[in-house]
Design a protein around this ligand. Structure first.
Ligand code: DAK
Length: 257
């Protein structure tokens, strides 16, 4: 399965390694998967299609062994700059997403990885926000998501000095869920995706959404949202099934309702 048609270059390639899991690969290897607007558009369209197909329950986003992505496409900066709305579309995806990072995740590449729900990185991956070297600052979450995740001290070094960190350091600072040897990145990410795909789909989507609100709201507002979502889910078929299965000592069968 591929995300482009006809003669258009497939800068995003989609595979289906498991019934409910999609693997979306960024595919501009010659420029280290630099995120051109065309690539970002294809990625957003692909994620939206997967989000709505009723089959996919988790998505792994990967690059290749040299790079997840080396940032937005700098060659486009002079002409048009990164399209704003396409990033909003990527962030609006309801499915759980996992970034599988080998090699470079720089600038917009790291911002894309950070906007995923989980991140698996190679021990020797290189993660950074080098925008300062271009005379700008991050524009897709690098000052916000990074700071809230690793704290002000390290984020300041990364954003103001362009300091890179390794995958191993990213795990230590809570930026990555797992740091593993490079060749294990994809298998581990796919394994996490399969585990996500086994959970009650509607509950997973709701949990993702409510966790994201912890970045946006006060604790009080977030707790209210959580409580509302909890009671709404409690009325769902899947919750009835999950509770019945527990009491009957069997495995639940989720319907996604
Ligand atoms: N854009 C375009 N081309 C890139 C690229 C990039 N970000 N990164 C690498 N390339 C290209 C190189 O130009 C080179 O192309 P050729 O010369 O072969 O044609 C090819 O990829 C291989 O790169 P190198 O020859 O440079 O490879 P090296 O191993 O020597 O160096 C490197 C790797 C990653 C250290 C180096 O390529 C590098 O410094 N790249 C730039 C990294 C960077 O500065 N990234 C941040 C870009 S700014 C926003 C949304 C997003 C953003 C902002 C706003 N909004 C929604 C508002 C994001 C901004 C950014 O990401």
């Amino acid at each position: 399965m591929s995300s482009s048609t006809g003669s258009e270059q497939a800068v995003v390639v989609t595979e289906r390694p498991h019934e409910h899991v999609a693997l979306v690969r960024l595919n501009r290897p010659k420029v280290l998967n630099a995120l051109s607007n065309a690539l970002a558009e294809q990625l957003a369209g692909t994620l939206e299609r997967l989000d709505a197909d009723g089959v996919t329950r988790a998505v792994v986003i990967a690059g290749d062994d040299r790079a997840f992505a080396a940032g937005a496409d700098i060659a486009e900066f002079a002409s048009e700059g990164p399209h704003l709305e396409v990033w909003d579309r990527i962030w609006a995806v309801g499915l759980p997403t996992i970034a599988a990072v080998r090699g470079l995740a720089l600038g917009g590449g790291l911002e894309l990885a950070m906007s995923c729900d989980m991140m698996v990185v190679a021990d020797d991956a290189r993660l950074g926000q080098p925008e300062i070297n271009l005379g700008v600052i991050p524009g897709a979450g690098g000052t916000q998501r990074l700071t809230r995740t690793v704290g002000k001290t390290l984020a300041t070094e990364m954003v103001l000095l362009g300091r890179e960190i390794s995958g191993r350091e990213a795990e230590l600072h809570g930026l990555a869920n797992r740091a593993v040897p490079a060749e294990r990145v994809l298998p581990v990410a796919l394994d996490l995706a399969k585990r996500l795909a086994k959970q009650a789909p509607h509950a997973v989507r709701t949990a993702k959404k409510i966790i994201a609100r912890a970045f946006e709201e006060s604790l009080h507002a977030g707790l209210l949202d959580e409580r509302r979502a909890f009671y709404a889910l409690l009325q769902s078929e899947d919750a009835r099934e999950g509770i019945a299965a527990f009491l009957e000592k069997r495995k639940p069968v989720w319907q996604g309702r």
